[in-house]
Design a protein around this ligand. Structure first.
Ligand SMILES: C[S@@+](CC[C@H](N)C(=O)[O-])C[C@H]1O[C@@H](n2cnc3c(N)ncnc32)[C@H](O)[C@@H]1O
Length: 224
């Protein structure tokens, strides 16, 4: 019954060493301030020009908005959402449904920097974000009887979104959403499923998509 969502290729990383001497990085960087250590295209755009795959990197704001939408939903509050984030550097983290994500963006960046350095976020012995050992394939392999949907504007358009979850109830629904602004899924992610679907005539922001999927699922399971 819980919906499993994986936000993939999120632009979350510490500022790579090879651009730490760039003026736009030096201007804000402090080894004492966690939030200043996260790559953020709004601050480091000119330093990022020569980074490979730069269109998917330095976007902690996208993950922030997705997490706020997902964790604040009735689906999550009712204990029916399992949420994972996968970073551009192939690290996977499981988000505890009880975490209260900072509303403030700088505080969120600080939390993510700490997560990437310590590999978990623990408060009073409570694991709020934990590291998943392994890649996306091992994550999927651990899920019993999964039905995997790759959400993409290039997928087959589902005209009536009420039909989206009308599948075999014995299956565990896994939704994969890109945590990036431009570009499409990597080859590795495309191999996870042939089931690529679109929920709109438009290319939407990831946080809108995550909200809509959660809402369809809530309506289908009568969670209000
Ligand atoms: C801003 S989009 C990435 C850009 C890309 N052109 C796209 O639409 O797939 C971020 C993510 O939102 C999801 N998404 C965006 N539009 C969608 C749509 N119409 N149907 C399903 N998923 C969508 C996809 O998972 C996508 O990776």
């Amino acid at each position: 019954m819980p919906l499993i969502l994986v936000l993939v290729e999120c632009g979350l990383e510490l500022i790579p060493k090879n651009i730490r001497d760039h003026p736009s990085v030096k201007k804000n960087f402090s080894s004492r301030i966690y939030s200043s250590q996260i790559l953020d295209t709004a601050l480091h755009h000119s330093a990022m020009k020569n980074l490979a795959n730069s269109e998917k990197r330095g976007r902690p704001d996208i993950t922030h908005l997705c997490l706020l939408n997902a964790l604040g939903s009735p689906l999550n509050k009712s204990g029916n959402l399992k949420l994972f984030i996968h970073t551009i550097n192939n690290r996977i983290f499981k988000i505890n449904s009880e975490i209260r994500i900072a509303r403030n963006y700088n505080r969120f960046k600080g939390l993510i920097a700490k997560l990437l350095i310590d590999n978990h976020i623990k408060v009073n012995g409570n694991q709020l974000i934990s590291h998943f050992e392994g890649g996306l394939y091992s994550l999927i392999n651990k899920i019993e009887n999964p039905e995997i949907y790759l959400f993409s504007s290039k997928g087959e358009l589902i005209k009536d979104n009420r039909d989206l979850f009308k599948d075999d109830p014995s299956k565990n629904i896994v939704g994969i959403i890109g945590g990036f602004q431009k570009s499409s899924f990597s080859e590795e992610i495309l191999k996870l499923s042939n089931n690529m679907i679109s929920i709109s005539d438009y290319s939407l922001d990831a946080w809108v998509v995550i909200s809509k999927i959660i809402n369809f699922y809530e309506l289908y399971h009568n969670i209000i």
